[in-house]
Design a protein around this ligand. Structure first.
Ligand code: TYM
Length: 341
């Protein structure tokens, strides 16, 4: 038996099926999912239709999809409490996206920072799907009448687009959809290990994946930039460079019970007193990260060894998602005058 709870607040979120999940995805999105699954009616998706808007390999796309489902399960998403969806298995996502595209201006999409970033990153791959990305994302959320969306802060412009589409739809065709809001976590912005910008799957050297062993984590951290250690003063975590290391240390020591606070404070004090040794700080940070990831890696092994269980979870979720998706499409098409009565 999978999940229950139709009357609870509805939550939707998704992660693109590109590469392995990194600790930015984990702290910014998955941790939020873990919190909300306890109280709300949740659907968490692997969004493969979004993944194909940037260059990808057809041979490994489905492997990536499955790896993310396994990452979800390994992280503690519980099929008794939430549904795990593969976006392309529910054709209603694209149907709703098309319907919504007819009420949203192209100019607004062209202005979005996420679109401009992707255009700059893949100048030879500027396709319609990329421009359409936020409309499909709005459709994902609206298909299940999502009210809360656990995502990192980089996704705020897309949530705003969703709210705009909701308002427009409701005003044109009658009250139908709730306006969704982002559910944020402490790790809503995890910086890149390069000390510059955010941790990202598409920037090599910027990330630590959820499946990295201790040695790999150490190696990746070794490349993170530091300073002379003689700067002194109050560390500013939002500054580029060494601020990234301190942000990571903060995120991996900031536990609710305060048990690890002293570690962060120790390095903050050493930074201020100009006695900091970054090699020691990196070693301690590597251990902290690995300690958090190790239980996930253990759990991952279980699901890798029980593929049939994973198949069943996907199939049961799909059935339940399809029923709900069809209901919404029926309602939307009726309101838009597309169903003859
Ligand atoms: P994606 O795959 O790019 O990112 C997945 C999630 O990880 C978060 N994230 C981060 N959080 C903190 N720090 C970082 N460095 C970092 N990097 C990534 C992202 O904010 C996101 O929550 N467009 C979505 C996928 C999507 C979606 C949806 C999400 C498609 N449809 C509907 C919610 C609802 C995305 O960015 O995926």
């Amino acid at each position: 038996m999978l999940y229950s709870g139709y009357m609870k607040k509805k939550v939707y979120s998704g992660i693109r099926a590109t590469n392995r999940l990194h600790i930015g995805n984990y702290l910014g999105a998955v941790k939020g999912m873990l919190t909300v699954q306890e109280d709300y009616d949740c659907i968490f998706s692997v969004v493969d239709l979004h993944a194909i808007t940037t260059p990808y390999d057809t041979k490994i796309l489905q492997t990536n999809v499955r790896e993310i489902i396994i990452d979800y399960l390994a992280a503690g998403l519980d099929p008794k409490k939430c549904l795990l969806e593969i976006q392309s298995q529910i054709p209603e996502h694209t149907e709703l996206a098309y319907l919504l595209s007819t009420i949203y201006p192209v100019s607004r999409l062209e202005d979005l920072p996420t679109y401009k970033d992707k255009k700059a990153q893949y100048p030879k791959y500027v396709n319609m799907g990329l421009l359409f990305y936020p409309v499909l994302m709005a459709a994902d959320i609206m298909l299940y009448k999502g009210e809360l969306v656990p995502v990192g802060i980089d996704q705020e412009p897309h949530i705003e687009v969703t709210r705009e589409i909701v308002r427009k739809f409701n005003s044109m065709f009658g009250e139908t959809f709730p306006q969704p809001h982002r559910f944020n976590t402490e790790g809503e912005y995890v910086p890149s290990l390069t000390g510059n910008g955010k941790m990202s799957k598409s920037v090599e050297g910027s990330y630590i994946t959820l499946t990295d062993d201790l040695e790999t984590i150490r190696k990746r951290l070794a490349n993170a930039p530091t300073d002379s250690g003689k700067v002194g003063g109050q560390i500013e975590r939002d500054k580029e460079g060494v601020g990234a290391l301190f942000t990571l240390l903060y995120l991996f020591t900031n536990k609710q019970d305060g048990s690890l606070d002293h570690i962060y404070e120790k390095y903050e004090n050493e930074y201020r007193d100009k006695t900091i040794r970054y090699s020691q700080m990196k070693e301690e940070l590597a251990n902290l990260i690995f300690n958090e990831l190790q239980p996930l890696q253990e759990k991952r092994k279980y699901f890798e060894e029980h593929p049939q269980e994973v198949d069943e979870i996907i199939a049961e979720s799909r059935e339940k998602c399809l029923i709900r998706a069809r209901e919404t499409i029926q309602e939307v098409k009726t309101k838009m005058g597309l169903i003859y009565r």
